[in-house]
Design a protein around this ligand. Structure first.
Ligand code: NAD
Length: 508
């Protein structure tokens, strides 16, 4: 009963917050001003829960991107010169304002991208934490190293690279945008943010907060629209010195091509087909909890989702039987319902793509042990039954392609060597999860599995100073702590002689 009234309250409050998006066209924020949308082309932003329009969003043009890049370029000098302590204060204030609007952010985000509210409540908190973490690092961002030689001392100095482009996806848009933008601002870069067209609303809230926080005009610019126009121009623009993308692997390739002529520095956080490897000696209950959580939370629309379960033959039957029960028991529902564990997929097209894999599983010879169907009892939303494929092998499409939905493929193995071979037999290399009671084996696996992030006996646990990123087709570069500053900053070496060495003499 309490949950029902929470659901009702959530719907009411979300309705209030969303009203403005329904009644006016959502526009760009450029050079410290909201750009008038009169006469501009726009597109409908659809609700994942019923495919009704949440409102129109302006479809940016090349001219809009050019204006935003110019504004970022004009604002760069002063922002870069601002002392780190002042930037720290501003960015901490930004975090306070995120926290003050946490309820609105969670409800708008959940309504816009379909992720269950129980997870989106964390989005604002995580977003604020990203800002605080990098705010505190701003004063020392420029610090480099002191590298001694017998007759010279080398000092390295870091400086912000310039205006940067930040291109984000739809799966957890608020959290990911803050993750990328906070270090860029802390480093002294100005930004042009291009949010995903499928979930544009929380980017608008962020731009509003930047204005409220007193971020100077032109430091934060945001242009809505499509990847092929706005994203493309942004990654080509000569004023933009670096582009940070979170998105699909194919988009990463486009951005490399688009950025080639202007020799852009590129940071790519891309797709994955991450293995969770469960050995016979694993803590059964904790491994089961993690396998369910790391795939079905966030609707399976998570880059680090453990979408391939590699299960050792000794516990295979027992584990799969417990897993089936858990998957069948997951509560699929409206994203604003606090009881929902799985919500609707972001968009009709993505829903069709995910449903296509049910067919692919059957064609490939796997068995659909749980799920496999659209949920029709919930109206016109993009609801998919949480699905488990068993009897699969690693050659099947469902084991090789990123599905990005609540769909898990289970593959069995006998030996450690087989587990390594299967885990690495993929074009991706983002994350891996290893469950075993044997520390030596855990360490051997950690060395052998080709992935940027390995979690041993844990679900995805994010530590902001630690590097986040992938091997192979999962990306280039790392986020987190100083890794982020390395991307957003140039390093200069200054070599100072001790006046003891002999300078080579020619032409005397
Ligand atoms: P996407 O690649 O379709 O879109 C991402 C962004 O790129 C959007 O803003 C889009 O408009 C833009 N874009 C598209 N084409 C472009 C182009 N030619 N030039 C410039 N920009 C362009 O990705 P998506 O479907 O929004 O998100 C899901 C993908 O993101 C999945 O593959 C997922 O694994 C990945 N992802 C990765 C991480 C990570 O940290 N590795 C985190 C979250 C999501």
């Amino acid at each position: 009963m309490a949950q029902q009234s929470d659901f009702h309250d959530n719907q009411q409050r979300a309705g209030d917050y969303l009203k403005r998006f329904a009644t006016t066209v959502t526009g760009h924020y450029i050079g410290g001003s909201w750009v008038p949308t009169d006469g501009a082309a726009s597109f409908d932003n659809l609700s994942p829960a019923n495919n009704q329009s949440l409102g129109a969003v302006v479809a940016g043009t090349e001219a809009d991107v050019d204006a935003a890049c110019q504004a970022a370029e004009d604002a760069f000098g002063e922002w870069a010169a601002m002392p780190g302590q002042a930037r720290k204060k501003l960015l901490n204030h930004f975090a306070d304002l995120i926290e003050a609007r946490a309820d609105e952010i969670a409800l708008v985000e959940s309504s816009d991208c379909g992720q269950a509210i129980r997870y989106m409540k964390q989005a604002a908190i995580r977003g604020a934490a990203n800002f605080r973490f990098f705010a505190d690092k701003a004063p020392e961002a420029r610090n480099g190293q002191s590298l001694m030689q017998p007759e010279h001392t080398n000092l390295t100095i870091r400086s912000p690279i310039g205006p940067v482009g930040v291109i984000t996806p739809w799966n957890t848009p608020f959290m990911l945008a803050t993750w990328k933008i906070a270090p860029a601002l802390a480093a002294g870069c100005t930004i042009v943010h291009k949010p995903a067209e499928l979930s544009p609303l929380s980017a608008t809230l962020l731009a509003e907060i930047s204005e409220e926080a007193g971020i100077p005009p032109g430091v934060w610019n945001m242009v809505h629209g499509f990847g092929e126009t706005v994203g493309k121009r942004l990654s080509e623009h000569p004023a933009i010195k670096a582009v940070s993308l979170v998105g699909e692997t194919s988009t990463g390739s486009h951005i490399m091509r688009q950025g080639a002529d202007t020799l852009k520095r590129i940071h790519l956080e891309l797709g994955g087909k991450n293995p969770i490897i469960v050995f016979d000696d694993a803590d059964f209950d904790r491994a089961l909890d993690a396998a369910v959580f790391m795939l079905y939370s966030l609707n399976g629309q998570r880059c680090t989702s453990s979408s391939r379960l590699l299960i050792q033959s000794g516990i295979r039957d027992k584990f799969l039987s417990a897993l089936k029960e858990r998957v069948a028991n997951l509560k699929v529902g409206h994203p604003l319902d606090p009881a929902s564990e799985v919500g609707p997929l972001v968009h009709k097209e993505h829903f069709e793509k995910v449903m296509g894999y049910m067919e692919a599983a059957r064609d490939g010879g796997a068995t659909i042990a749980v799920g496999g169907n659209r949920i029709t009892s919930m109206g016109n939303g993009n609801y998919v039954e949480p699905t488990l494929f068993v009897d699969a092998d690693n050659t099947m499409r469902v084991a090789r392609e990123e599905i990005f939905g609540p769909v898990l493929t289970a593959i069995s193995f006998d030996t450690e060597e087989q587990a390594i071979a299967i885990a690495n037999d993929t074009e991706y290399g983002l994350a891996g999860y290893i469950w075993t009671g044997d520390t030596g084996r855990a360490m051997r696996m950690a060395h052998a599995v080709e992935a940027g992030m390995l979690w041993i006996n844990s679900e995805n646990n994010r530590n902001l100073p630690s590097p986040f990123g992938g091997f192979k087709m999962s990306g280039i570069g790392r986020d987190g702590g100083d890794y982020s500053f390395e991307f957003y900053m140039e390093t200069k070496n200054v070599c100072i002689a001790h006046d003891t060495h002999s300078v080579p003499v020619i032409g005397r």
